[in-house]
Design a protein around this ligand. Structure first.
Ligand code: ZN
Ligand code: ZN
Ligand code: FE
Length: 753
């Protein structure tokens, strides 16, 4: 059994309740080494020991905690073992003032839930019930310090009863800033699509439930923004939502009334269950089993994004309904979610039939977070509610730097002292509303922490709107190469130092040579970092159009290896009409509008098209997902590849594509081809790790959201004696770029050599 070290940061009512002695007893009982310490940021625990004992520690920490301890947030990171010899309670290390930490929004606690359904309680069925241990935080705070006057609750004057609770140190609502009750707090309304009030308070909630039952689409003003709700078993209603939202196939997330409900429709592991029921209450991607859910919820997808109710409003609604509902972002395709009811009425008028709204303003949008369990650990895919804006903490303080992130899945980041604050998911900066949300976040984050960033870090891509924004600012600027930022973000959250081999595989990023990178290997040394190698390049006929049409990537791959011979092999051109072939041929022959790329993501696309899985996509990453889902388990061999030694070295996929074409000719099953392709990729990484002879291998980029790829490569690397690192708290996709930019901004190894 391997030895591991896990850092756990527990926040909530965990100080002064016997939490440290409890941690000590549990760790020593399990024979684990490490320490526990109280700090202004919460209780920090590090444990080290055999993996199975570490897992049971993590589980029992939550289930056996002292009765008065309440966990609001519990983040864990797997780190390299340090060789602790004992377990100790350390002296608090905090000097000076309490750090200004803003908590994320926390799911309804058990005590509030009990009151919510207790007909004798004065908060019976009151959808804005909360206490010191739960409720909105980041989504309502306007400025520090965290006082009611600095939140969007300031407009609600506390009634006598609420004020008494608020002032009583023995009460659960002592200084609960968003505390409220039916007398004094926010109120619920049901609007039609003209904004006319149909019902108020509990009647609004009950009527909204009736409408959902009848197949209507309800826009709900939730914690961090609007969600669109519809009966998840009503296929017609779900398809109507798809049509109106212009979202053809991208899976919808589903909210279940209870964990039992989830288990009826999905197969979930212990790790997945623990994420679902955590105070962060994210969407978790899990494996589906046959169920009565509408096919349109997640077409042709073996996984399902599931979540449990996390606000009193959701609890009441789901309890009334007692069936699962689609709960998707309240936006039009890729725009940011709406946070204001009047704006929602405008923007969602053609999508929602009804609007269930309230008068507590949302200060900033905070989407639902999404995680997937990979190799037994949670991996963040979209970081927002429940997690943002908790920091990644460095050992040494950094200057004040703002990082503006990438273009897709944008998030920004800010360093203040030793804390690196990564913003909530902002979105794809492709639309005006998304850019506006970006601009307001860029102003918001430094203002919240009263920081004056001296440096702005941005991507190298001149056309990213985030880059353009940075270039307009007066502060000094640094550009960070996209894939190097991916690797740096993974190193930052895993707290590792060079040397290391970095493997950055994603769809698209601007390279230092002006071509599109995306299948990169970096050699990270103490004093420098260089692009040591990459996947063989090919052309993307139609450039941006190729992102939506995997068949174009396939054509680019084929043209790269066959040259003009391709145009004589009609069996390879069946995805195209004659006219299309003519246009694309001209692009490739004359090298116009067909940029060169080393992208692993586009290689995935091309292979998905060659296998016949998908010629066109309707959302980013769809073809790669198809390829992952198609994999036949148990296939152990991989397609061959060649390594061309050069500076940088080139991993040549030509033997693989030729073998795949042979398989295709012999009618080998698509699932077997998909497996052989994945195995090729993991074998490649292993071979490069051996060639570069670096014990640490850092895996980042959107491709590593692929569970088969990530799990197989980490297993192979571990078996061969390497130490792989992958993402846990920060997304491997472009949502993690800002952290990498921040980490590298003042580093001597920022520029690739
Ligand atoms: Zn509570
Ligand atoms: Zn009150
Ligand atoms: Fe990327």
């Amino acid at each position: 059994m391997s030895r591991e070290r896990v850092r756990i940061v527990v926040r909530g009512a965990v100080q002064g309740v016997g939490f440290r002695p409890f941690v000590y007893r549990l760790a020593t009982e399990l024979g684990l080494d490490g320490w526990v310490v109280n700090s202004a940021q919460g209780v920090f625990v590090e444990i080290e020991g055999a993996s199975d004992r570490v897992s049971s520690f993590k589980r029992r920490l939550k289930t056996e905690k002292p009765a008065r301890a309440i966990i609001q947030s519990c983040e864990s990171s797997h780190l390299d073992p340090l060789g602790y010899k004992e377990f100790e309670i350390r002296e608090s290390t905090d000097h000076g003032g309490k750090s200004a930490l803003i908590l994320p929004d926390i799911a309804t606690c058990d005590d509030c839930l009990r009151e919510l359904f207790d007909s004798q309680d004065r908060r019976f069925r009151y959808p804005f019930t909360n206490c010191t241990n739960c409720g909105p935080r980041f989504s309502i705070i306007e400025a520090l310090p965290y006082d009611r006057a600095n939140t969007s609750m300031k407009k609600f004057e506390m009634c006598v009863d609420c004020a008494r609770e608020y002032c009583n140190p023995a009460n659960r609502r002592f200084h609960a800033e968003p505390t409220a009750c039916p007398q004094c707090g926010p109120k619920l309304f049901l609007w039609n699509s003209l904004g006319e009030v149909l019902a108020c308070a509990d009647a609004a909630l009950r009527q909204a439930a009736d409408e959902i039952r009848a197949g209507k689409i309800v826009a709900l003003k939730g914690i961090g923004g609007f969600q669109l709700l519809v009966d998840a078993c009503n296929d017609k209603a779900v398809r109507r939502l798809r049509e109106r939202k212009h979202r053809e196939e991208k899976p919808f997330a589903v909210m279940f009334p209870s964990l039992e409900g989830v288990c009826e429709c999905c197969r979930i592991s212990e790790a997945e269950e623990s994420l679902l029921t955590s105070p962060e209450a994210p969407i978790v991607l899990v494996q589906r089993s046959p169920s009565s859910l509408a096919p349109a919820v997640a077409p042709a997808n073996p996984n399902l994004g599931v979540m449990l109710p996390y606000s009193p409003l959701h609890h009441l609604l789901l309890c009334d309904l007692n069936f699962a509902i689609v709960a998707t972002s309240g936006n039009l395709s890729d725009e940011p979610i709406c946070i204001d009811e009047n704006e929602a009425l405008e923007r969602l008028r053609n999508i929602a039939d009804l609007f269930l709204v309230h008068d507590r303003p949302i200060v900033r949008h905070v989407d639902d977070s999404i995680l997937r369990v990979i190799a037994g650990r949670g991996m963040m895919l979209r970081r927002a509610r429940g997690y943002a804006p908790l920091p990644i903490t460095l050992r040494q303080a950094q200057g004040s730097i703002l990082a503006v992130g990438a273009h897709l899945k944008n998030a920004i980041a800010l360093s203040v002292g030793t804390n690196l604050f990564v913003s909530q998911h902002i979105g794809d900066l492709a639309t005006k509303p998304a850019y506006d949300a970006f601009a307001s976040s860029v102003a918001d984050l430094p203002r919240l922490y009263e920081a004056k960033p001296e440096i702005i870090a941005h991507d190298l891509h001149p056309e990213y709107l985030s880059t353009k924004y940075a270039l307009q600012q007066a502060s000094s600027r640094v550009a960070v190469q996209h894939h190097w930022a991916h690797i740096a973000s993974c190193m930052a959250e895993n707290e590792i130092e060079p040397p290391a081999l970095g493997v950055a595989w994603d769809g698209t990023g601007y390279g230092t040579d002006g071509t599109i990178w995306g299948g990169e290997f970096f050699l990270v040394q103490k004093a420098s970092c260089r692009r040591a190698g990459h996947l063989r390049t090919f052309r993307l006929p139609g450039a941006e159009a190729a992102v939506k049409e995997p068949r174009r990537s396939a054509l680019g791959l084929l043209h790269e290896i066959l040259g003009d011979e391709l145009w004589r092999q009609k069996n390879l051109l069946t995805d195209f009409t004659r006219a299309e072939t003519k246009t694309l041929r001209s692009m490739l022959t004359h090298r116009v509008n067909s940029p060169v790329t080393s992208s692993a993501g586009r290689l995935f696309d091309g292979v998905a098209a060659l296998i016949g899985l998908r010629a066109r996509t309707t959302f980013e990453g769809q073809a790669a997902m198809d390829l992952e889902f198609a994999v036949t388990p148990g296939v152990t061999d991989g397609y061959p590849f060649a390594l061309r030694e050069a500076e940088p070295f080139v991993v040549d996929w030509e033997p693989a594509i030729r073998a795949l074409l042979d398989d295709r000719g012999q009618k080998v099953a698509g699932g077997v081809m998909a497996a052989r392709f994945h195995n090729l990729l993991t074998n490649t990484i292993l071979a490069i790790a051996q060639r570069c002879n670096q014990s640490k291998v850092v895996l980042s980029g959107g491709c590593f959201q692929n569970r088969y790829l990530a799990e197989r490569v980490t297993n192979q690397l571990l078996a061969a004696g390497f130490q792989p690192y992958w993402h846990q708290r920060i997304p491997p996709n472009d949502g993690g770029i800002a952290l990498g930019q921040l980490w590298l901004a003042t580093s001597p190894i920022r520029e690739l050599t």
